[in-house]
Ligand binder design. Sequence first.
Ligand SMILES: [Zn+2]
Length: 119
Amino acid sequence: MKKVMGYAGSIGAIILGLIMFVVGYALQEDSFGYTFRPPYTPYEMLVLFFKFGGVILLILGVVMLVLLIVANRYVSQNIKEMHNGPTEFLTCPVCHCKTTPDSAECPNCHYQFKEQNRK
Ligand SMILES: [Zn+2]
């Protein structure tokens, strides 16, 4: 659930960044008489904020998405390794501690497993 939120957030940032950049770019193209050279008028500052804010959001979104994909791949590998380990466990009837099926005694309370308890 948290993972999906992260993906949605980074994709949202990319889309918002793109929209902001396009709006800023379109505003700048439509602005006659504005030089976009310092000192900036409030309108020019707003247009530049949209353009550069959009680019920054876009980059942040892409970086977040890449990090999420890398993290996701790493976690999947770990889970895969866990599944390759022993899948059957022997549960101690005394302390309910789990151990490998070939154990002769419980690693926690040293209860001696009987032959019929083993699978
Ligand atoms: Zn035990």
